[in-house]
Design a protein around this ligand. Structure first.
Ligand code: SAH
Ligand code: SF4
Ligand code: F3S
Length: 451
C-alpha cells in the first residue's frame, strides 16, 4: 500500500475533483494520508482564478520540493493552473513528476504508474471525452456531498480564465447523476450539492446532443427537455436524501421554472448563490455578463416573492478595468438595496489571455484594495443585520459534525446555508434538528437544540 497527500485549492468543483482523484488512486492502491511526511505521492489540485491562488500553490509546491530533497516521493500537479501552465511548470519545477489537466483526470492512475518507473509525464487535453467517464470517488465528508452535474462554462466574461481552463459546458446524464445520489443515500449522506461552474445551464447541451453547431450562445429553449429544475425534480424522490442544493448559478439562466421548482419541492433548499459581480450596468456590459442590474433585481424579487425566507448570495469584483468611483458606489448601493445574505468579494486580478487583462485602463492596486476594504465593511454590516433578524427564530439544521472552533460542540447549516453552532450529543450528527437561535455573529449563529 502507498499513500497520497492531496492539497486542493479553489472552488467546490476542484474539491469534488479531488475526491475523484482519490477514488482513482485507490484503484492502484494509494490511500489518502493527512501527513505530507508519510506520502509517496503529493498531489496539488490547483486553481488559477486570481494571481493570489497561483501564489498559494507555488509556495506549497516550493515546500514540497524542499522536502523531496531529503526523502523521495512523487509530485503531481493537476487542476486549473496545470491546465493553463503545463509546459512552464515542467520547465521551471524539475522536481514535478506529473502535470495533468482538468479534462483527463481519469488517466491519473496511468500517469502515476509511468512516474513510478521514472518517467516525467505532462499530459493536457483540451476537451473532455465524448462519453463522460463515471469516476470512482473517496468522499472527504460524511453528511453532505458534492455531485458534479455540469462541467465547463460557455460564457466569456472578459475577466475570467475558467472557460479556457475548464472548456465548454458538458452535462452529465440525469440517470448517471441519480445513480450517484442513490449510492450516496445508501451510504448515509443526507444532503447533496449539485455542482457546476454554470450549474443553471444544466442540460441544455444534452438536448443539443453536444452539437457545437446547433448550440446558440445564451439560448434557453422554451420547454427544455433537460434543465436544472427538471434534474432536481428527477432526483427528488431518492429516499434518505433530505436536502438538495446547487452551485454556482448565473443570473441569465435563473428561469421561472427553476424558482418555482425550488419553491415547490420540500428538499430543494431556498439558497441561491447567484453572483452579480457588479451593480453598475456599464461595468456589467464590459464584463460581458449579459444582464443589467435591473434584470438581476427582478430575478431577486421573484425569488423572494415566492420564497420570502430565501437566501441570495453573490460574488463581486472591485476595481475592474475602468471602474470609476461612481460605478463602484453603484455596487455598494446594490449590496445594501438587495440585502444580500452573504457576498464573496475580490479585487480584479488580470488573468492571462482574457480580454480585460490587456485593457489600458487598469486600476491601481491601492484603489482596488481601498474599494475592497470598504465594500467588505458594508457587507459585514448587512450580513450581521440579517443574522440578527434570525435571533429567537427556530431553524431546521442538518447536523454536519463537530464545530471547527470547539470540538465539544456541534455545527450544521440552516436551509439557507448559514452556519450554526450549538451544544448537543454526537449521535445527532447526520440528523435534522430544530435549533433556537440565541446569538448572531456576522458569519455564524449560536443556538440551542429544541428536543
Ligand atoms: N461561474 C461563476 C463564478 C466562477 S469564478 C459566475 O459566473 O459567477 C468564482 C468567482 O471568482 C467569480 O464569481 C468572480 O467574482 C471571481 N473572479 C473570477 N475571475 C476573477 C478575476 N480575474 N479577478 C478577480 N475575481 C475573479
Ligand atoms: Fe467565469 Fe463568467 Fe463562466 Fe462564471 S460565467 S465561470 S465568471 S466565464
Ligand atoms: Fe479555480 Fe478552476 Fe475553480 S480556476 S475557481 S479551481 S474552476
Amino acid at each position: 500500500m502507498k499513500q497520497v497527500y492531496i492539497e486542493t485549492f479553489g472552488c467546490q468543483m476542484n474539491k469534488a475533483d479531488s475526491e475523484h482523484m482519490l477514488g482513482l488512486l485507490d484503484e492502484i492502491n494509494y490511500k489518502p494520508t493527512e501527513s505530507i511526511d508519510e506520502a509517496d505521492l503529493v498531489l496539488f489540485n490547483t486553481c488559477t482564478i486570481r494571481e493570489s491562488a497561483n501564489h498559494k500553490f507555488y509556495s506549497q509546491l516550493g515546500i514540497a520540493g524542499k522536502l523531496k530533497k531529503n526523502k523521495p516521493f512523487l509530485i503531481g500537479v493537476g487542476g486549473c493552473a496545470a491546465q493553463d501552465k503545463k509546459d512552464w511548470l515542467m520547465k521551471n519545477f524539475p522536481y514535478v513528476d506529473i502535470v495533468f489537466g482538468t479534462n483527463n483526470i481519469q488517466s491519473l492512475p496511468e500517469f502515476v504508474k509511468k512516474a513510478e518507473k521514472g518517467e516525467r509525464v505532462c499530459e493536457i487535453v483540451n476537451e473532455l471525452p465524448f462519453e463522460l467517464p463515471e469516476l470512482p470517488v473517496i468522499r472527504q465528508t460524511k453528511v453532505t456531498a458534492w455531485v458534479n452535474v455540469i462541467l465547463g462554462c460557455n460564457f466569456n466574461c472578459t475577466y475570467c480564465i475558467v472557460p479556457s481552463v475548464r472548456g465548454r459546458e458538458r452535462s452529465r446524464k440525469p440517470e448517471d447523476i441519480k445513480k450517484e445520489i442513490e449510492i450516496l443515500a445508501s451510504q448515509g449522506f443526507k444532503e447533496i450539492t449539485l455542482l457546476g461552474q454554470n450549474v443553471t445551464a444544466y442540460g441544455y447541451d444534452l438536448a443539443l446532443n453536444y452539437s457545437k453547431e446547433k448550440a446558440v450562445f445564451g439560448h434557453i429553449p422554451d420547454d427544455p427537455e433537460y434543465s436544472l429544475a427538471k434534474l432536481i425534480r428527477y432526483i427528488h424522490d431518492v429516499d434518505g436524501i433530505e436536502r438538495i442544493r446547487f452551485l454556482t448559478g448565473h443570473p441569465f439562466h435563473v428561469t421561472d421554472e427553476l424558482i418555482e421548482t425550488v419553491a415547490e419541492l420540500p428538499k430543494a433548499c431556498e439558497y441561491f448563490h447567484i453572483p452579480m459581480q457588479s451593480g453598475d450596468d456599464t461595468v456589467l456590459r464590459r464584463m460581458a455578463r449579459v444582464y443589467t442590474a435591473e434584470k438581476y433585481k427582478k430575478m431577486a424579487d421573484k425569488i423572494r416573492e415566492k420564497m420570502p425566507d430565501a437566501a441570495i448570495t453573490s460574488d463581486f469584483i472591485v476595481g475592474f478595468p475602468g471602474e470609476t468611483d461612481e460605478q463602484f458606489l453603484n455596487t455598494v448601493k446594490i449590496v445594501k438595496d438587495l440585502n444580500f445574505d452573504g457576498c464573496n468579494t475580490a479585487a480584479y486580478s488580470p488573468r492571462p489571455d482574457t480580454p480585460a487583462a490587456i485593457w489600458e485602463n487598469q486600476i491601481d492596486d491601492d484603489v482596488k484594495n481601498e474599494r475592497l476594504r470598504y465594500l467588505n465593511s458594508v457587507i459585514n454590516d448587512v450580513s450581521e443585520e440579517k443574522n440578527k433578524k434570525r435571533l429567537n427564530t427556530t431553524q431546521e439544521i442538518l447536523v454536519e459534525g463537530n464545530s471547527q472552533r470547539n470540538e465539544e460542540r456541534l455545527s450544521g447549516r440552516t436551509r439557507t446555508n448559514v452556519l450554526v453552532n450549538f451544544d448537543g450529543d454526537k449521535n445527532l450528527i447526520g440528523s435534522l434538528v430544530n435549533v433556537k437561535i440565541k446569538e448572531a455573529k456576522p458569519w455564524s449563529l449560536d443556538g440551542e437544540v429544541i428536543l
